[in-house]
Design a protein around this ligand. Structure first.
Ligand SMILES: NC(=O)c1ccc[n+]([C@@H]2O[C@H](COP(=O)([O-])OP(=O)(O)OC[C@H]3O[C@@H](n4cnc5c(N)ncnc54)[C@H](OP(=O)(O)O)[C@@H]3O)[C@@H](O)[C@H]2O)c1
Length: 304
């Protein structure tokens, strides 16, 4: 029996691509990963896990062409301007080039990771509207495509700056407003299921998430995990007045796009093990949460 053709994964040394590569490899499906630096620790870990590495860059069209030779599917994700490493135009150029080359290379299935806030209308947030442009281009192409729109990553919640080190948590939602989240590892689980079913998922665009929580629910889960009260609040008005980017995202929370509208029940029928935030916090996220708290050994999960 001939070996199945690989799936080419972009960004495999990063969060989303890493999650997709791992999920495919766990399912014994061959993975080719395009990496910029073959000798980086993450690249070596991918090779050890069974991925075939190819060296290349979004900036090097010939490397993309080589990487796509003989692959069955392509997972496409691009860096965006908040990293400071690329411009918005770079993101669009990269996403369009990957999609066009997938068509030229005869790839069967292109899966593009966009963002939950992306929709019919421009949002006014540059790195969301870039993704709308890439989506629109992909829909014009003669290829089987699927667009997934991940919700806010659970991993974002333990990043510095939201107050956990001061026993509080400040975010976009009001205490009574619900917002969706996804564990990065679950992006890979869903994308692997999508690649396994091109007939079922071809031509579809859908949001992906694993949980929906109000600010008050976040407060309860963080407090339980910390073993002490973590007070939740929406960003204060003076903070929003001083930061137009946060203010815009908060406005989009109220208008809906940032809150997310994934069909969690339908997604659990595709992948039953999608993480609730409580599970993520007690498992994959516990070290990051402990670090964010500045806690040494004083939080509840360590005492379990
Ligand atoms: N929904 C959310 O909460 C959320 C949160 C964060 C990000 N995002 C979105 O997710 C996307 C980024 O995905 P991510 O967070 O998985 O990325 P990430 O963890 O920052 O990793 C970026 C990946 O892209 C690779 N890369 C960067 N420049 C490249 C180039 N020129 N050629 C080839 N590969 C290159 C990096 O490789 P190296 O190892 O070589 O650097 C790395 O593998 C962005 O579009 C962003 O808007 C969403």
């Amino acid at each position: 029996m001939s070996r199945p053709l690989p799936i080419l994964v972009f960004g495999a040394s990063g969060q989303q691509g890493g999650s997709v590569a791992n999920a495919l490899l766990r399912g014994k499906r061959p993975v080719r990963a395009l990496v910029r630096d073959m000798s980086s620790a993450k690249a070596r870990a991918l090779a050890e896990a069974g991925a075939e590495l190819v060296q290349g860059s979004f900036d090097d069209r010939a490397s993309l062409q080589r990487a796509m030779e003989g692959v069955r599917g392509v997972f496409s994700v691009q860096p965006s301007s908040p990293t400071g490493e690329v411009t918005d135009e770079d993101e669009v150029r990269y996403g369009v080039a990957v999609a066009d080359l997938a068509v030229e290379s005869g790839v069967r299935h292109l899966v593009y990771s966009s963002g939950a806030a992306v929709g019919e209308e421009p949002t006014g947030v540059a790195h969301f509207d870039t993704k709308a442009r890439i989506e629109a281009h992909i829909r014009t192409l003669p290829i089987t495509w699927t667009i997934v729109r991940p919700a806010t990553f659970m991993e974002m919640l333990t990043m510095p700056g939201f107050g956990l080190d001061e026993d509080r948590f400040t975010f976009f939602a009001r205490p009574d407003q619900s917002m969706q989240f996804i564990a990065v590892e679950d992006i890979g689980r869903i994308v692997a299921a999508v690649f396994a079913g091109p007939e079922r998922f071809g031509g579809q665009t859908f949001e992906i998430a694993g949980d929906a929580l109000t600010g008050s629910e976040l407060e309860a889960l963080f407090s339980h995990a910390a073993g002490r009260p973590i007070a939740y609040a929406r960003f204060a008005d003076d903070v929003l007045a001083a930061n137009p980017f946060l203010a815009k995202l908060t406005e989009l929370m109220d208008e809906g796009p940032v809150a997310g509208h994934a069909d969690l029940d339908a997604l659990r029928r595709i992948e039953p093990d999608l993480k609730r935030f409580s599970q993520w916090l007690a498992g994959t996220g516990r070290d990051a949460f402990a670090k964010a708290l500045g806690a040494k050994d004083g939080w509840a999960y360590n005492r379990a």
